[in-house]
Design a protein around this ligand. Structure first.
Ligand SMILES: [Zn+2]
Length: 298
């Protein structure tokens, strides 16, 4: 699973439609090893320079007959109920102006993700699905993982259950607007949302969804997996809104999702639909993208 989200803060953020740009690219790939998939993003035209696109790796389709619909459509994950607040400490306000500080922010946020998801795991545990916390590292685009070298992307590697967060996609926009609290708030939102999205892939890994989809499946199932990861990320954001009140500060939140424009994530409307859906209910059961009508995952 390779993913990217690029936060781009537009200088004209106080004008209509100039709030911010979040460009996200997340791709299924390398779940069981091999060459990672790559991102093909359609970056917004406004804002800072985007991270360079990563060279594409030809995708190999797996045999659809190997897909186990029960794991995808009727997973026990959908029956865990509403996620509750995990009593997390307030979000760290460390500036995201360097790789070291970005790592500190992610490391301070990860325990809240662990606690919250572990708290939702009771029924899954009874069913024999073990919970394991992932690791998080910050990379500069040149690091490798057991899942390969994805380049300038944030991604999740199921082989070693590690989230790899790309530093420049957050540090660069942060440093582009020194002293601009509004821009920094949006950039922190992008960082938090990306981590929560990648954690969503980790949850998919633990409950067998990623393994079922396979390492290099492209197309509809990939979009459903990506939209689900964003939905799951927003389940967590919603349940921990006391500790991470970041979204409450942005009345123009729908504007954020307008700028997400990556083909493997589906249409903008559907990205907004699934992130809002997860945030509205805080229930993983509302993130069943695999059973959803095609029009909501296009
Ligand atoms: Zn993703």
């Amino acid at each position: 699973m390779t993913c990217r989200i690029t936060a781009r803060v537009v200088p004209s953020h106080r004008r209509a439609f100039g709030v911010a740009a979040l460009a996200a690219a997340c791709l299924l790939g390398s779940l069981a090893g091999g060459v990672p998939a790559s991102a093909t993003s359609t970056a917004p035209t406004a804002g800072l320079a985007a991270a360079a696109p990563v060279a594409a790796t030809p995708a190999r389709r797996i045999d659809p007959r190997r897909i186990k619909p029960d794991v995808l459509k009727r997973n026990r994950l959908y029956r865990v109920g509403t996620m509750t607040g995990a009593g997390c400490a307030p979000a760290s306000q460390v500036p995201l102006d360097s790789s070291a500080n970005l790592l500190a922010y992610y490391r301070s946020t990860l325990p809240c993700l662990d606690q919250a998801w572990k708290g939702s795991w009771r029924k899954l545990r009874k069913a024999g699905v073990k919970f394991r916390a992932p690791k998080v590292v910050v990379h500069n685009g040149s690091s490798s993982s057991p899942c390969g070298t994805p380049g300038r992307l944030s991604f999740y590697c199921g082989q070693n259950k590690t989230i790899y967060m790309y530093d420049a996609e957050i540090v660069n926009p942060w440093n582009a607007y020194p002293g601009d609290e509004y821009s920094h708030g949006l950039t922190r939102l992008a960082a938090t949302h990306t981590l929560a999205h990648e954690y969503g892939h980790h949850v998919q890994q633990l409950v067998g969804i990623l393994r079922t989809i396979g390492p290099r499946y492209k197309g509809k199932l990939e979009r459903r997996a990506e939209l689900q990861a964003s939905c799951l990320g927003n389940v967590w954001l919603s349940a921990q809104r006391d500790a991470y009140p970041i979204l409450a500060d942005y009345s123009q939140r729908p504007e954020l999702w307008r700028y997400i424009s990556v083909s493997n994530h589906g249409s903008l409307a559907n990205q907004a639909y699934w992130t809002d859906r997860g945030y509205a209910s805080a229930q993983p059961g509302d993130c069943n993208t695999f059973k959803a009508p095609g029009r909501t995952v296009s």
